[in-house]
Write a protein that binds this ligand. Structure first.
Ligand code: DC
Length: 228
């Protein structure tokens, strides 16, 4: 029996999904699940094991045999810790190496099947805010609230640029924009569960919104759905 509504978020890279989903989960007392972290964990382990990102069969069995655990932790900025194969890899999932192969790993159908199954299990009881690329369309098409969070590539690149600078990383805005466009292309052109807008999703374009504006809108919509 479902105890609460579920909220599903999709959107392109660096659109502010994680920030919005995390804040909404915190405000509503829901569990926050960043599914991108699960694909990143499998990508990280594939590097450790020397598995090529084109070896679909080995990647699928790697995902099958090494479930990813997301441990809620509001004391760190991500809001969760990531554990796979006994390793806490929270700070490694956004490394350059992982960034460069994660879209290819996420395009493997066998990997998607395994992770989407685990994600559906997590959502069974309700009270989840889940963010990714196929959450509104494939993983939780029945979620009471489905949001497609969008922002132009220029705004996304600038936000990511400022984040990276803050972390003391030496980055170029142009390079970031190019990488975002490339990841968007892979995520939305793949054959299995491409990123797209679900027919019944609410589209929020955050170009001219602050994170607080987005949160307020999400909480307003969640309240409306909870009353239905
Ligand atoms: O949201 P992110 O940047 O952490 O996602 C990492 C990669 O995983 C990105 O290429 C999109 C992909 N992904 C996916 O295909 N499906 C999801 N539900 C979540 C992420």
């Amino acid at each position: 029996m479902k105890k609460n509504i579920n909220i599903a978020f999709d959107g392109p890279a660096a659109c502010g999904k994680s920030t919005a989903a995390k804040a909404a989960a915190k405000a509503l007392g829901f569990l926050y699940v960043d599914t991108g972290a699960m694909y990143r964990a499998v990508a990280w382990l594939s590097i450790q094991r020397g598995i090529d990102s084109s070896d679909a069969e080995s990647l699928a069995s790697l995902a099958e045999n090494n479930p990813v655990t997301l441990i809620p932790d509001w004391t760190i900025s991500k809001g969760y810790r990531v554990v796979i194969d006994g390793n806490d890899i929270t700070s490694e999932i956004t490394s350059k190496e992982v960034n460069s192969i994660v879209s290819a790993v996420a395009a493997v159908s066998g990997v998607r099947r395994v992770l989407a199954g685990q994600q559906r299990d997590m959502a069974a009881e309700g009270g989840i805010v889940m963010a990714g690329r196929d959450i509104t369309t494939v993983v939780m098409p029945d979620a009471e609230l489905k949001i497609y969070l969008d922002a132009s590539v220029d705004v996304r690149a600038r936000r990511r640029y400022l984040e990276e600078k803050e972390l003391g990383r030496d980055v170029s805005l142009d390079e970031i924009k190019k990488r975002l466009e490339q990841r968007d292309r892979i995520d939305s052109e793949r054959t299995d569960s491409p990123l797209m807008v679900a027919h019944d999703a609410v589209v929020i374009n955050s170009d001219d919104m602050t994170p607080v504006d987005v949160l307020n809108e999400v909480v307003r919509l969640a309240g409306e759905r909870a009353l239905r």
